[in-house]
Design a protein around this ligand. Structure first.
Ligand code: CAO
Length: 424
């Protein structure tokens, strides 16, 4: 038995943000039925393709454990099928452009009429306000949610990060909203709207910078490098390079081989309780008692000098040797791991965080498995569906349409060509 067994999701999502959410629901055991446009399907099936005729990794890595039905929901008979699905599903998840669902004829009011218990979960770029009608992609959310203005170096451009905090981050937020609404429904019997805006999701993940914005009104941010460098602060939180965002100063430092290897670095944190251990490791035992270095407050204006001295030591060893030594003394640190190193990491394979998946067209590929482990509901990662692979199965088993009704839908074009192949 899986945690969400018995929950049926009408998955009207596309690209990355929505599919991240429904993939998690599928991994927790929900029956996720992905509704796609006949012929093309989710646009990511054909984006950044690496193997001709195979669904892209973009698509396959975001749509595991789902079933696919092709349905033209603008065609009257396709619309009628969607209505039947709404009656039989617990949750509809969508991340269309603002207003698209209403234009299709499925407003919140109409969905309520069809199924008052349905939870309708939506991702949009922005919440209500001046930008509510805008289409949004990942980097737009990073820029409007506070991540870009606070990422990068003080003298450089704002930067976006490789972590998809706008898309996958908002998908995670929405997923939590859905299971919360499902829980509330067990008491009220009613559905509700669940909304997550990408700007809000990014800002939520950037809350330490909103914290610093308020601290800035009361004085300089002493743990930022620029404080030690004597550079004045402006009126908004500056970009802080690799300075730690927490109360424990940290930096990325070079390790042996950094001249040739772009990832021969380690993140080093000078956590106050292990300061004495740090002094011993780097060969500065005098700093343990020297009043200029002995307390966190005294160290703040000297962080650049302190990290330069620590880096002299880290450069004598490779990043894994540095980590072994620091870990043995409980000093927090993190080597900069490349994607290649992560893909090959045996412990991530052992826990199912990185998984190999078999696909009938592309063969074996690597994917990220469920990062959330439930002891009573283990995740088995199953390949993503082919376009319309389950159209016949869903029409006959979930909606109990007979063969004649399905044939009529095929003739009208409402369910598209691939469904015929799957039916045969
Ligand atoms: N049958 C018939 N029509 C369908 C359909 C189906 N099965 N599935 C979708 N459509 C239609 C929609 O109804 C819509 O039609 P109208 O424009 O006539 O109303 C149309 O397809 C296009 O939908 P869209 O506007 O959502 O798609 P887009 O490619 O133009 O925009 C995106 C993509 C992501 C910018 C937009 O969907 C969006 O802003 N979504 C919200 C924010 C979001 O999730 N962004 C993250 C994307 S991941 O980086």
């Amino acid at each position: 038995m899986k945690a969400l067994e018995g929950v049926r999701i009408l998955d009207f999502t596309h690209v990355q943000s929505g599919p991240t959410c429904t993939q998690l629901l599928a991994w927790f055991g929900a029956d996720v039925i992905k509704v796609e446009r006949p012929g093309t399907g989710d646009i990511t099936r054909g984006q950044l393709c690496d193997i001709p005729a195979a669904d892209s990794l973009y698509f396959t890595m975001l749509n595991h454990n789902k079933r696919s039905i092709t349905l033209n929901t603008k065609d009257p008979s396709g619309k009628a099928v969607l209505e039947e699905m709404i009656k039989r599903c617990d949750v509809m998840v969508e991340n269309f452009a603002p207003g698209a669902l209403d234009r299709m004829g499925f407003s919140w009011e109409r969905i309520q009429e069809l199924n008052p218990a349905m939870i309708v979960a939506s991702i949009k770029g922005f919440g209500p306000g001046p930008y509510q009608d805008c289409k949004v992609y990942e980097n737009v959310a990073q820029c409007t949610g506070g991540a870009a203005s606070t990422t990068g170096f003080r003298d450089g451009l704002p930067l976006v990060t490789g972590a998809q905090i706008g898309d996958s981050g908002t998908g995670l937020h929405l997923c939590l909203g859905i299971v919360t609404a499902l829980y509330q429904r067990t008491k009220t019997g009613r559905g509700q709207k669940v909304s997550a805006a990408m700007q809000d999701g990014v800002l939520n993940l950037c809350r330490v910078k909103l914290r610093d914005q308020q601290r800035l009104a009361r004085g300089p941010l002493e743990e930022y490098s620029q404080y030690g460098e004597g550079v004045e602060f402006g009126d908004s939180v500056p970009r802080a390079g690799n300075d730690s965002g927490g109360g424990q100063p940290g930096r990325i430092l070079k390790c042996k081989g950094w001249e040739d290897d772009p990832n021969a670095y380690i993140y080093f944190i000078t956590q106050a309780p292990v300061w004495e251990a740090i002094c011993d490791v780097i060969g500065e035992p005098g700093w343990k008692t020297d009043p200029d270095y002995a307390t966190p407050k005294a160290r703040l204006p000297r962080l650049n000098e302190i990290f330069a001295r620590i880096e002299e030591w880290t450069q004598t060893l490779n990043k894994f040797e540095v980590m072994d030594i620091l870990n043995s003394r409980d000093i927090p640190c993190g080597p900069i791991l490349s994607m290649k190193e992560l893909a090959e990491d045996p412990s991530l394979r052992a826990t199912g965080t990185v998984v190999e998946v078999e696909h009938p067209v592309r063969g074996t590929y690597l994917s990220v498995g469920n990062p959330v482990k439930l002891s009573d509901s283990p995740t088995e990662v199953l390949r993503s569906p082919l376009l319309g692979e389950h159209t016949y199965e869903i029409l006959s088993e979930v909606l109990q349409f007979d063969d004649q009704a399905i044939a009529r839908l095929q003739e009208s074009g409402a369910i598209g060509e691939p469904a015929k192949i799957a039916a045969e």
